[in-house]
Design a protein around this ligand. Structure first.
Ligand SMILES: NC(=O)c1ccc[n+]([C@@H]2O[C@H](COP(=O)([O-])OP(=O)(O)OC[C@H]3O[C@@H](n4cnc5c(N)ncnc54)[C@H](O)[C@@H]3O)[C@@H](O)[C@H]2O)c1
Length: 335
C-alpha cells in the first residue's frame, strides 16, 4: 500500500524530507504556517530563506490549513520546531489520535513541561504510543537535498512502526536504521545542540581542534549521564542520534546552533544573533529546558550550565571556559 503523507512544516527540514519522500511511491501534502512562505512556495516551488538550490516536487500539494493537510492521510510527519509542537498538534489532536502514524522530526525539549517531543505529542493527542516514531540523526537538509549519503535512526516502542518508517524513508542516499530507545534518541538529538553552541563559541574564540574534541567527548559524557537518569540506554548515545549527530553538528558549516555559538564567541549579543536568523536554532531553548531537566534529576551537566550562564545570565565566554577547565579533577567516567 502506498502511504498518504502530510508534512507539517515547510521549513528547512520539512522541505528536505520532502525530497526524500518524493523518491517514494506516496502522495504528499505539505502545510506551512507562515503565509508569505506558503505563497512563495506556491509560486516558485522554492524558499531560498529556508533551503537554497532546492525545488519542491511538483506533486507535493501545499496548504495553509492544518485539517486540509491531514485529510485523507495515514502518516503525518511533524517538522515544526520543538517549542511549536504542542500548539500545532493540539489543533488536530482528534484526527491524529485515530490510528495515523506520527513521525516526529523536531529535536528539542519543551520549555516548562521539560517533555520530549513524543511525550508532548502523546499528551496532546492521546494517540497510541506505538504510533509515534522519532526520526533523528546527522541530516542537514542542505546536504540531504544534494543526495549526500546520510544515515538516521527511526525510534519507536513499536518495532513494526519503526520498520514502516525505516522502509518508507530509506532511499538511495538516505539510509534509515531503527531503534526501540525513543527516549535516548530524542535526548541525544536535542541535547547535542547545546554542545554545538559551545563548539561554536570555541570556533569564535579561535580555539583549536583539541578544544572541540574535548567539548564533544565531555559533552557526550554529560548527555549520557542525563540520558541514563531518564531511562535511556547507554549504547544509543554512541549511535547516529548521539555521537553521530553531535560530531556533525559541532563541525558543520550548516549548523545554526554552532553558528549561534560562533557569533557569541566573536562578541555578539544573543538577541542580535537570533534576530538576524531565518531559521530556528533549537539549542538556545534546549539549553534552558535541558539545564532544568538536569537540575530536576540531580545530574551534573557542566557544559550545559556554562552555556546557560553565557546566554541568559551574561557570563563572559572566557569565564565560562575557565570554569570548565578549572573544575575539580576527577576520573573520566563517573555517574
Ligand atoms: N534543518 C535541518 O536540516 C534539520 C535536520 C534535522 C532535524 N531538524 C529539526 O527539525 C525541526 C524543524 O527545523 P527547521 O530547520 O525545519 O526549522 P525552520 O526554522 O525552518 O521552521 C520550520 C517550520 O516551523 C513552522 N513554524 C514557524 N513558526 C511557527 C509558529 N509560530 N507556529 C507553528 N509553526 C511554526 C513553519 O512551518 C516553519 O516553516 C527542528 O526541531 C530541527 O532541530 C532540522
Amino acid at each position: 500500500m502506498s502511504e498518504r503523507v502530510a508534512i507539517i512544516g515547510a521549513g528547512s527540514w520539512g522541505l528536505g524530507i520532502s525530497h526524500v519522500l518524493s523518491q517514494q511511491d506516496c502522495s504528499i501534502k505539505m502545510w506551512e504556517f507562515v503565509a508569505a512562505d506558503l505563497e512563495r512556495l506556491r509560486q516558485t516551488r522554492n524558499n531560498p530563506d529556508k533551503l537554497a538550490d532546492f525545488r519542491l516536487d511538483e506533486r507535493v500539494q501545499l496548504t495553509g490549513d492544518l485539517e486540509e493537510a491531514i485529510a485523507d492521510t495515514n502518516l503525518i510527519v511533524l517538522a515544526v520546531p520543538a517549542q511549536f509542537m504542542r500548539s500545532v498538534v493540539r489543533q488536530i489532536a482528534a484526527p491524529l489520535s485515530q490510528g495515523r502514524l506520527l513521525v516526529n522530526l523536531a529535536k528539542g525539549i519543551e520549555i516548562g513541561s521539560l517533555k520530549r517531543m513524543s511525550e508532548v505529542i502523546l499528551e496532546e493527542t492521546g494517540a497510541d504510543p506505538e504510533n509515534i516514531v522519532t526520526l533523528s540523526g546527522p541530516s542537514h537538509a542542505e546536504e540531504v537535498v544534494k543526495n549526500t549519503p546520510t544515515t538516521v535512526v527511526a525510534a519507536s516502542i513499536s518495532e513494526k512502526n519503526a520498520t514502516r518508517v525505516q522502509e518508507l524513508f530509506s532511499v538511495g542516499s538516505f539510509r534509515v536504521y531503527q531503534s526501540d530507545d525513543i527516549t535516548g534518541v530524542e535526548l541525544g538529538g536535542s541535547l547535542k545542540n547545546i554542545v554545538a553552541i559551545a563548539a561554536g563559541i570555541a570556533d569564535g574564540l579561535g580555539m583549536g581542534d583539541n578544544t572541540k574534541g574535548a567539548l564533544i567527548t565531555r559533552g557526550l559524557a554529560e548527555i549520557l549521564r542525563l540520558g541514563l537518569a531518564l531511562g535511556a540506554r547507554a549504547e544509543t548515545f554512541a549511535g547516529l542520534s548521539g555521537l553521530g549527530d553531535l560530531v556533525t553538528t559541532c563541525f558543520s558549516r550548516h549548523s545554526r546552533n554552532r553558528f549561534v555559538g560562533e557569533q557569541i564567541g566573536k562578541g555578539r549579543k544573543l538577541d542580535d544573533i537570533l534576530a538576524g536568523m531565518k531559521m530556528v536554532a533549537e539549542g538556545v531553548q534546549t539549553t534552558r529546558s535541558g539545564r532544568e531537566l538536569a537540575g530536576r534529576h540531580g545530574v551534573e551537566m557542566p557544559i550545559t550550565e556554562e552555556m546557560y550562564q553565557v546566554m541568559f545570565n551574561g557570563r563572559a565566554v572566557d569565564e565560562a571556559a575557565a570554569n570548565l577547565m578549572g573544575r575539580e579533577l576527577k576520573a573520566e567516567f563517573w555517574n
